[in-house]
Design a protein around this ligand. Sequence first.
Ligand SMILES: [Zn+2]
Length: 251
Amino acid sequence: MATQIKATAPRSDAEWTARLELAACYRIFDMMGWSESIYNHITLRVPGEDAFLINPYGLLWSEVTASNLVKIDHEGNKLCDSPYPVNKAGFTQHGLFHAHCDWAHAIVHTHTPDTMAVCSSADGLTPTNFYACFFEGGVAYHDFEGITVRAEEGVRLLENLGDKRVLLLRNHGPVVLGETLYEMFFNYYMLQRACEIQVKTCALGNPIRVPPEVIAIHQRDRDEVALKDFGRADFEAWVRKLDTIDTGWRD
Ligand SMILES: [Zn+2]
């Protein structure tokens, strides 16, 4: 059956900016070693539209460019003329969160070994290192029900997410949601670090739990020194690094 094309409206400047930012984000994740073959997604809302950008199914994250990102609706139907398919099953949970959390403009889900290891540990993310303490009280969990492609799991996913922005899918992997791409990127960066360190600490044995009163100070002081446009300076710095390696993502 031929792929159905619903619309071919011209790209706005806002859409092109979103395409550039998301393409850079895919390449940065890949540069960091956080990509997973042709699977997993980072999705970004097109500003002012009920539309989202996603990676073309079949391409590595290192092959994503601004122009080959696919514009879709919240059900994963294509809204642009693209030769590439969309992994609609893989988009199921992203579409759910985009549709029901109107603040969640940027969402990432990965399968990195260290985040998956923490998701597969009964204790989940523990306040035993600098980065992990930032997330204490801010992480939601969802029990494993098999591959997350069934719509009927959506109610439980939303209930379990609650008002959090980090959802650890037990036995599976993390979902990080942000109001902006920058926020999502920086929170993911810290979560990835937190999990890498937790895995190493557990291998050494006897991890030290940080007491609640110290976590409260840690989080308070972070909020006082955080930059206004949270994560933007970090993201832009990594884009500069990316450009020293390959600028093909800008195509
Ligand atoms: Zn997954």
